[in-house]
Design a protein around this ligand. Structure first.
Ligand code: MN
Length: 301
């Protein structure tokens, strides 16, 4: 159904009217619609000869990129609303038209991010037409994962509070409930001190980014000792989903450990939940998180 462009666009536009940033419209306004504006007639006349202008062609080509950028803005706002990121932390997406590039905001708190903040980077972290905007220092985490993992389309880096204790103790974080199964069988802990000694703990170059990506391997996530966590996924929605449930799992696991011995999910249970975790569940969560974050729920491309 989502492959039908017309339906998708209509659905997106209708839902955009629910965006909390738009003023509420009165019933009277719907009952007595405003007359069409002159530029609307102009647009119709332009379409009459069926030959798109250069400007229209540019707009048509940008549709996919614009859609992905809007999705990335939504991902930032949801992570902020759900408490996975605060003033720090970030989410990126691989460029939809060029797998050697990725999209990531300029250095800004995720809850403040707009589409105009999104920048394009080469995999080694160089801004493409950055316009002098300051990038995140830790952008190398993202490029290193896209470089190592062709299957990865989105990356989240965060300092999610409940996961920090599991990165600095010998207690491993493991799926404790079925929503937590998305974090995978094992969550390794990357310790920057192992290979880089005393640092500010930040991933500030490609060498450190590649070292982290190597530890994550084919997995979904790794904790970072004294720092936070990184999640790699096949879509923005999945990266956000895993990041949120990594935080929830950590919080619940700590509560359970305080109460006594914990019975974790078995390997077989984790596999069975993973088999069932697809668009059906992820999109249901995404729609709810969009509403909570005051963002439109876009149709998937
Ligand atoms: Mn960080």
């Amino acid at each position: 159904m989502t492959s039908c462009g017309g339906t998708g666009h209509l659905s997106t536009r209708v839902r955009e009217n629910c965006n909390s940033e738009e003023p509420n419209r009165s019933l009277a306004e719907f009952a007595d619609p405003a007359p069409l504006q002159p530029d609307y007639f102009g647009a119709l006349q332009g379409l009459a000869d069926c030959t798109p202008t250069a400007e229209q062609r540019k707009g048509m080509l940008m549709t996919k990129l614009d859609h992905v950028i809007e999705e990335l803005v939504t991902g930032n706002r949801i992570l902020a609303r759900e408490g996975v990121v605060d003033s720090f932390g970030h989410i990126s997406v691989r460029h939809p038209d060029n797998p050697q590039r990725y999209l990531l905001s300029r250095s800004r708190a995720p809850d403040c991010i707009e589409a105009s903040d999104i920048m394009e980077f080469t995999l080694d972290g160089m801004p493409v037409d950055g316009g002098g905007r300051p990038p995140y220092l830790e952008r190398f985490i993202h490029g290193a994962l896209y470089e190592a993992r062709p299957d990865v389309m989105s990356v989240v880096h965060n300092h999610s509070e409940s996961v920090i204790p599991f990165g600095v103790t010998d207690r491993a974080i493991k799926p404790i409930f079925h929503m937590g199964a998305s974090i995978g069988h094992e969550v390794p802990v990357w310790d920057s001190h192992d290979h880089f000694g005393d640092t500010a703990l930040l991933v500030e170059n490609m060498e450190m980014g590649r070292d982290l990506a190597k530890l994550i391997g084919a997995g979904a996530t790794a904790l970072m000792r004294g720092h936070g966590a990184t999640v790699a996924a096949k879509s923005i929605r999945q990266a956000v989903y895993v990041s949120i449930y990594l935080e929830v799992n950590a919080r619940l696991q700590k509560q359970a450990m305080d109460m006594g011995e914990v019975k974790f999910l078995t390997r077989g249970e984790i596999d069975k939940v993973a088999e069932r975790t697809g668009p059906y569940g992820i999109n249901r969560a995404w729609e709810n998180w969009c509403r909570r974050a005051g963002r439109p729920f876009q149709a998937e491309l």
